[in-house]
Design a protein around this ligand. Structure first.
Ligand code: SAH
Length: 532
């Protein structure tokens, strides 16, 4: 029965606060604004109700309706998150929402966010203050104050709105001209005299008027100006100009306009990392998207997580796996071929000591990493081809075991529908193999929290990565028109062949089958393209 007003930060989904993220992942209802990056919604519970509060037909001032909606959800649900771009109390009408909720007797908590007014500049290498250059920051709306123009106010002016590839909905700021003197409650003459940094939000359409009023107030035409579009995202674009030329530059909302000496600075070279400027889709499942996403980000890429597959327990709910895990002392080996199998198996392990002296075979670096996370170091890992055939090759043959009548026994927790190659191969080497279904791989659907906007973002990214054939199939099922980004990167030959068989052109096949291998492959590909 609490409504949380949560600041989503300026754009990059990584810039929400921990508290905000945690609430988002627990909320039963999430009401989100136009400026909120749609990737953040993946953090919501799969059964959460997601409500878009952007443009609706009929416009006029929707705030009263929105307040009503918040009150209604606040009465009927325990945790309601009202997700707002930037900081909830900076030009977002968050104050009004809190008041309305207070009046209705509903508990409210406000979680601050990084405001675009400062964060967007920082990420573009423009410090809002700088010793000796700017000792104040003044944040101003380029709109009309709270005055209603054509039935719309402040933020509520999306006459036209389309989803940009960045997932930030662009909107047209037309018909919001600064009114004639006297009606405008902003004293531009005064602002012209401040000497610090002036930051204008929602000022794209009125920039000519703003410049001329500031110049009229005595600010020099040569004052540096920087405008940052789509800040903190890979689509970010910074234009450096002067006040005299602000009207002449091309500029699209959303943009932050900084006016003052600091606007001439450019302290961060955003092109310094090998994958800078590229947006890359990571199709791994939610629980496995990391650490791959982090590796891509560290290399400078903007990551779009589109978890095309989800993992479900086996049809029997995991009963059989639990039964085998409870009787481990009869096994000589456990073989793991995926991080999921590792996860499912360890969830059934009652006591770490039950593993005793059982030897562990593992194929794939991600599988190995999942084991290491649980403090298990595999005894054998194929050193060349990371495939089940490679594993069969290096497994010893089962010999008669002293003191026992039967030959050695292997436990193989696997995915439903996994090919029989590994089990058959091991049996040929004399092993008794218990193949137990540990999980099912299911293509994700819109019910799994994947929104149309997220799919649009993914399709328009620069590159997409696949780490298994099932991810390829699931992506093509999810994206009805089967459009893929222009660069397709696969973790290995099996996945690449699945992609080719499905009609995709594969540009990158990782040399080592690992997350690092894909990142390296993408970097080499980019270098080749650039002719380096
Ligand atoms: N509460 C928000 C501001 C809402 S007003 C905050 O604290 O950031 C909306 C304006 O914010 C836009 O018109 C634009 O000027 C600015 N803005 C928000 N996100 C932005 C982004 N990613 N890049 C550039 N400007 C942005």
């Amino acid at each position: 029965m609490t409504v949380y007003l949560v600041g989503a930060g300026p754009g990059d989904p990584g810039l929400i606060t921990r508290r905000g993220y945690e609430l988002l992942s627990r909320a039963e209802v999430v009401l989100y604004d136009r400026l909120v990056d749609k990737r953040l919604l993946l953090a919501a519970r799969q059964d959460a109700t997601l409500v878009y509060t952007g443009k609706q037909p009929g416009h006029t001032d929707r705030q009263p309706d929105l307040n009503e909606q918040l009150i209604r959800y606040g009465r009927s649900h325990d945790i309601v998150v009202r997700l707002k771009g930037g900081d909830p109390f900076v030009f977002g009408r968050g104050g009004e929402e809190v008041q309305a909720l207070n009046e209705a007797g509903i508990k409210v908590e406000v979680v601050p966010g990084i405001t675009s007014a400062i964060g967007v500049l920082t990420s573009a290498g423009i410090p809002a203050t700088y010793r000796g250059m700017a000792r104040s920051i003044t944040i101003v709306t380029g709109h009309t104050g709270t005055k209603e123009i054509s039935g719309e106010t402040q933020l509520e002016t999306p006459l036209k709105s389309i989803v940009s590839p960045s997932g930030i909905t662009e909107y047209d700021e037309a018909e919001t001209a600064i009114p004639e003197d006297g009606e405008d409650n902003i004293d531009w003459n005064c602002l012209a005299k401040l000497k610090g940094t002036l930051v204008i939000l929602m000022g794209v359409d009125n920039r000519a008027e703003i410049a001329s009023r500031l110049i009229g107030g005595g600010l020099s035409k040569s004052t540096p100006v920087a405008a940052v579009e789509n800040g903190t995202t890979v689509y970010s674009r910074t234009v450096h100009t002067t006040l005299g030329h602000l009207a002449d530059i091309k500029l699209k909302a959303p943009a932050v306009i900084a006016i003052g000496q600091v606007a001439a600075l450019d302290l961060i070279d955003s092109t310094q990392l090998p994958l800078s400027g590229l947006s890359i889709v990571n199709t791994r499942s939610r629980n496995q998207a990391e650490p791959f996403s982090s590796l891509l980000r560290d290399a400078g890429a903007e990551v779009i997580e589109l978890p095309v597959i989800t993992f479900k327990p086996p049809d029997d709910g995991g009963l059989e796996l639990r039964r085998h895990a409870a009787w481990l002392n009869r096994y000589d080996w456990i073989v793991f071929t995926s991080a999921n199998a590792v996860e499912a198996f360890f969830a059934c392990l009652r006591d770490a000591r039950d593993l005793g002296g059982i030897r562990v075979a593992s194929v794939g670096t991600m599988t190995g990493a999942a084991l290491r996370e649980r403090n298990v170091v595999a005894d054998i890992i194929p050193d060349k081809e990371q495939s089940t055939a490679g594993l069969v090759d290096i497994m010893p043959a089962a010999g008669p075991i002293s003191g026992r009548k039967e030959t050695g026994r292997v436990l193989y927790p696997k995915a439903a529908g996994a090919p029989p190659t590994l089990g058959d191969g091991l049996r040929k080497k004399g092993w008794l193999v218990d193949e137990v279904i540990a999980y099912r791989t299911v293509p994700a659907t819109r019910d799994d929290g994947i929104t149309d906007e997220l799919i649009e973002m993914a399709k328009h990214a620069d590159a997409i990565t696949f780490t298994s054939p099932s991810a390829v199939y699931a992506y093509l099922e999810l994206v009805e028109d089967r459009k893929v980004p222009s660069v397709v990167a696969c973790i290995g030959n099996t996945t690449a062949n699945a992609a080719r068989d499905s009609g995709l052109a594969v540009d990158v096949v990782a040399k080592e089958q690992s997350a690092e291998g894909i990142v390296r492959g993408l970097i080499e590909f980019k270098k080749r393209l650039a002719g380096e």
